[in-house]
Design a protein around this ligand. Structure first.
Ligand code: OAD
Length: 238
């Protein structure tokens, strides 16, 4: 098992699996549906154009769910790792929930956006809006330019993930790259491990099942993140 010192540079990529034990459904569950919807019906710009009410209510459901979920031991283990490494740690998540920040992670990039945040399509400002008045089926107008409705600050299919240049810069110079709870289906996230490998990083995976990019990992630990990660972090930093 790899040892991490305080000068090691570590990038961690998380996906839906890390929040599964907190009660949030993963994307690629066996029924192929996300909370009873086909992903293309709710997670594309075309869906928002065609049926904004359906998309709005779907995301309002996900936003409301945030009030009922708590971080699990896997989220907290990554806070321990960040406290040990300080600035040498970067957490990149594909998740749109707020469980990493709720647990206390600081150096964190939400590459697929955040449920907490709404964005104006006219003036492009973003707003953290989680008061009860922002969580109903009524559209929320833009407080800045007063356009009629904000959209979810979510990276939908066919849209560009966020902060990719910062992510690539960190992955290109990391010593250890970890993937946790991600199936390796969705690019560019699934390709970050290739960049890490090219940079000579040691690549570790923790997942319930072998992911699509299993072969790229130098070390793979199969099981639930909430059960494996706390001990794993203690071992690599001791
Ligand atoms: P997926 O739903 O594709 O994969 C979740 C992975 O987590 C699967 O490989 C599961 O086996 C694993 N898993 C489930 N429970 C686990 C547990 N308790 N511990 C560890 N692993 C567990 O989710 P992502 O890979 O995150 O994109 O999906 C990537 C992107 O596809 C999402 O960010 C989203 C989606 O479409 C956008 O919204 C743009």
């Amino acid at each position: 098992m790899v040892q991490v010192t305080q000068s090691s540079k570590v990038v961690v990529l998380t996906g839906a699996g890390i929040s599964a034990e907190s009660g949030i459904k993963t994307f690629r569950a066996s029924d192929g549906l996300w909370e009873n919807h086909a992903i293309e019906d709710v997670a594309t710009p075309y869906a928002w154009e065609r049926d904004p009410e359906l998309v709005w209510n779907f995301y309002q459901g996900r936003r409301n769910q945030l009030q009922d979920v708590e971080p699990n031991p896997a989220h907290r283990a990554l806070v321990t790792l960040e406290k040990f490494l300080g600035e040498n740690f970067l957490l990149v998540t594909q998740n749109v929930d707020d469980l990493h920040s709720k647990a206390g992670s600081k150096n964190l990039i939400h590459m697929h956006g955040e449920l907490r945040i709404l964005r104006c399509e006219e003036c492009h400002e973003t707003f953290d809006m989680m008061e009860q008045e922002h969580l109903t089926s009524e559209y929320v107008p833009c407080p800045s330019c007063h356009s009629q409705r904000l959209r979810p600050h979510i990276v939908w299919f066919h849209e560009m993930p966020l902060q990719m240049s910062e992510i690539y810069a960190a992955v290109e110079e990391c010593d250890v790259f970890m993937t946790i709870g991600t199936s390796g289906h969705v690019y560019p996230a699934a390709g970050l491990i290739d960049v890490a490998k090219q940079a000579g990083a040691h690549c570790i995976g923790i997942n319930l099942e072998p992911p699509m990019n299993y072969d790229q990992h130098d070390e793979f630990h199969q099981g639930k993140a909430g059960e494996l990660l706390p001990d794993f972090v203690e071992q690599i930093i001791s």
